[in-house]
Ligand binder design. Structure first.
Ligand SMILES: [Zn+2]
Length: 319
C-alpha cells in the first residue's frame, strides 16, 4: 500500500518553505520504518571514534613508512570522511534520534574542517531551490552568464571536492546578512584548536606522530572531499530546470540503485547516500534515507557509475 505511486502523488503538497508535505498516513508509515531504528546514533559515535582511530593509526604508520601511509589515505577516507559528511547531513535534518543534532552538526563540521554556518546556510537553498541557480550548493554566482566561472568551478571541485565548493562559496557568504566576521574568525580558531588537540593527543600516545598527524588530516580531508562531491554530482550535476515547479524539479533528482556492480561498490563506500536520493528531496522532513521499501517513481532518473562518467564528460562539454 505504501509503495503505490498514486499515494505518493497524492502526498505532494508544497508548503511555504518549499518542502513537500506528506500525507499523515504515509508519514506514520515512514516513521515506523525509519525512526524506530537507533542505529544512526550508533553510526554517529562509531564514525567519530573511527575517524580518531584512523588518524592515530595512519599517523603512526607515517613515522614508519610514508608510502604505506599515503596508500592508507587513498583507501580509507573515501569511506570514513564521507561517512562523517553523510552523518553531518543527517544531523542538519535532525534525523538522528536522542542526541542533540545541532551540537553534533557543529562538532562534525569542525572535525571535517568545514564551517558549519556555511553548510547550514547553503543546504536550505539546496532543498528550496533545487535544480535552479538559487541552489547555492551547486551553482556558482553568474552561472548561466559566465562560462569561465562554470568551467573554473567544475575543475576546482573536480580536484578538490566540496572543500573547493566551500572556499568558492565563502566569497558569496561574506556578502550575506548571515555573515559575521567575528563568528567566522571564531569558527577558524575552533577548527585549528580541535586539530591541535588531535595532534597533541597523537603525539602523547605515540611520540613523533604528532606532526605527521597534520599531513594525514589534511590529505584525508582532501580525498574525502573529492569523493563526497562526486557522490553529490551523481545526484544533481548539470540538472537545471529553472522554469519547473518544485515537485517537477524534485523528480529530476538522480538516484543510484544497486542495479550494477559498480553502483553497489559506490553505494557501499558512500553509505547509500545516492541509492534512492529522490525520496530525500521529496520528503526531506522525514528520514526516508536509503529507503528501498518504496519503488522509485518511474519518472525519476536512475544511473550507473559508467553512465555517470558519460554524464560528467557531457556536462564538461556544455560548460
Ligand atoms: Zn538534505
Amino acid at each position: 500500500m505504501f509503495g503505490t505511486h498514486g499515494l505518493m502523488d497524492s502526498a505532494y503538497n508544497l508548503n511555504s518553505t518549499g518542502n513537500v508535505e506528506m500525507d499523515k498516513e504515509v508519514r506514520l508509515h515512514a516513521d515506523s520504518i525509519r525512526n524506530a531504528s537507533l542505529s544512526s546514533v550508533a553510526d554517529l559515535f562509531l564514525a567519530i571514534f573511527l575517524w580518531f582511530f584512523y588518524l592515530l593509526s595512519v599517523s603512526v604508520l607515517w613515522t614508519h613508512s610514508i608510502s604505506a601511509a599515503l596508500a592508507a589515505i587513498i583507501v580509507f577516507p573515501p569511506f570514513i570522511v564521507s561517512w562523517l559528511g553523510y552523518l553531518r547531513h543527517e544531523l542538519w535534518h535532525n534525523y538522528i534520534p536522542i542526541v542533540p543534532n545541532r551540537f553534533f552538526f557543529n562538532m562534525v563540521s569542525n572535525m571535517l574542517f568545514s564551517n558549519p554556518k556555511i553548510i547550514n546556510f547553503a543546504h536550505t537553498t539546496h532543498h528550496r531551490h533545487l535544480h535552479t541557480e538559487g541552489d547555492l550548493e551547486f551553482f556558482c554566482k553568474d552561472y548561466s552568464k559566465n562560462s569561465f566561472k562554470r568551467k573554473a568551478q567544475f575543475l576546482f571541485e573536480l580536484f578538490f571536492g566540496n572543500a573547493a565548493w566551500e572556499i568558492n562559496f565563502m566569497a558569496r557568504f561574506i556578502k550575506s546578512p548571515q555573515f559575521s566576521f567575528w563568528k567566522q574568525f571564531m569558527s577558524v580558531v575552533i577548527r585549528i584548536v580541535m586539530l591541535l588537540v588531535v595532534c597533541y593527543s597523537v603525539e602523547f600516545l605515540y611520540p613523533g606522530a604528532g606532526v605527521p598527524a597534520i599531513f594525514v588530516y589534511v590529505l584525508s580531508i582532501w580525498v574525502g572531499a573529492v569523493v563526497t562531491r562526486q557522490d553529490q554530482w551523481i545526484e544533481h550535476l548539470g540538472v537545471l530546470h529553472p522554469k519547473d515547479n518544485l515537485k517537477n524539479r524534485i523528480l529530476k533528482t538522480r538516484s543510484l540503485p544497486n542495479t550494477h556492480w559498480s553502483n553497489r561498490i559506490w553505494n557501499m563506500i558512500n553509505h547509500n547516500d545516492s541509492r534512492s536520493h529522490y525520496f530525500h528531496h521529496a520528503y526531506p522532513q522525514i528520514n526516508l534515507r536509503d529507503v528501498t521499501e518504496i519503488p522509485l517513481p518511474k519518472e525519476v532518473p536512475t544511473t550507473t557509475i559508467p553512465q555517470y562518467l558519460k554524464i560528467l564528460w557531457n556536462h564538461w562539454k556544455t560548460l
